[in-house]
Design a protein around this ligand. Structure first.
Ligand SMILES: Nc1nc2c(ncn2[C@@H]2O[C@H](COP(=O)(O)OP(=O)(O)OP(=O)(O)O)[C@@H](O)[C@H]2O)c(=O)[nH]1
Ligand SMILES: [Mg+2]
Length: 275
């Protein structure tokens, strides 16, 4: 069966979904990237308001858990026209999928109709990996104990999330998965201050999850990239002024194999379409 070009971005609260959507929109209207806006879409208010907040040097606001925003942006990619469906919803919905282990019609529809999934993970929020070599040692530091236990559950939560969505889609896991294609986006990359590659960070921070993906997806049907949609935190006046003066379109980058500082954020879409 042919794989369609519908893309679903999946990510827990605070993983950077809205910021990326706003920055992607800026790149599309800027018409300098691989993907360009063809003509103005209707009803793009949700993304626009996030875009204007960034232009004012302000962070995006958390998306309400009841919001299900869907905008259709007509784009041109390599001379071909198609409609990019941008979906934004409160990440709380994603958290509930795992916490309650249940999904509604909206999520069944999302899981089924989108053959390409982008999973947003913010590695700086995944504390320490669970290190089996430490098992058996008395751990004196309470903080460390807490970090270790939260890291295993962080990883298993992402595994469970994918399992719930595959179940909703009706995709079995007995043979390696070809569709949905999966792009794992490690977001807020700037927070890591690292020269490592995205695959290495995934392996280092989430070895269990990395193993789960490699064991269940066909090689070539998934990839890992780094994303810094905002480029730096907007928590100081200096940072906010930078955004005001230079415009959000000039900030943000991807970490790809062929370019570890790719400023064209639209290439994330190109990458997921190329899988
Ligand atoms: N440093 C840094 N911060 C970022 C980046 N992208 C987003 N953030 C910050 O991360 C926070 C969450 O970003 P959002 O885009 O609102 O996250 P979300 O996934 O839409 O969250 P929900 O709507 O709650 O599901 C905000 O404070 C952003 O400013 C980035 O590339 N770098
Ligand atoms: Mg949001």
């Amino acid at each position: 069966m042919a794989t369609n070009n519908e893309i679903l971005i999946i990510g827990p609260p605070g993983s950077g979904k809205t910021t990326f959507a706003a920055q992607l929109y800026g790149r599309l209207i800027g018409k300098k990237g691989k993907l360009q806006q063809d003509f103005s879409p209707e009803n793009i208010d949700g993304i626009k308001s996030a875009f204007y907040r960034l232009a004012d040097g302000l962070e995006t606001e958390p998306t309400s858990s009841t919001d299900n925003l869907e905008v259709k942006i007509p784009v041109i990619y390599e001379g071909q026209k198609f409609v990019l469906h941008c979906k934004d919803y409160g990440g709380e919905q994603v958290r509930d999928l795992v916490a309650l282990m249940e999904y509604d019609e909206t999520w069944i529809d999302r899981a089924k109709t989108n053959d390409r999934w982008i999973l947003f993970i913010r590695p700086s929020e995944i504390e320490h990996r669970f290190d089996l070599s430490k098992k058996g040692y008395a751990i004196k530091d309470q903080k460390e104990t807490k970090a270790l236990s939260s890291s295993t559950s962080d990883q298993s939560r992402f595994i469970e999330l994918l399992q719930v969505l595959l179940h909703a889609r009706g995709t079995g896991m007995k043979s390696p998965i070809d569709t949905p294609r999966l792009l794992i986006a490690l977001t807020c990359w700037d927070e890591l201050s690292t020269n490592l590659k995205p695959e290495e960070i995934l392996q280092q921070k989430m070895p269990l999850f990395a193993h789960f993906i490699a064991a269940n997806w066909l090689s070539g049907a998934f990839m890992v990239v780094g994303v810094s949609a905002q480029e730096f935190p907007l928590q100081t006046d200096e940072a906010r002024d930078k955004y005001l003066d230079e415009m959000p379109q000039n900030f943000g980058y991807l970490v790809l194999d062929d370019n570890p500082r790719e400023k064209d954020l639209t290439r994330l879409i190109e990458k997921v379409l190329s899988l």
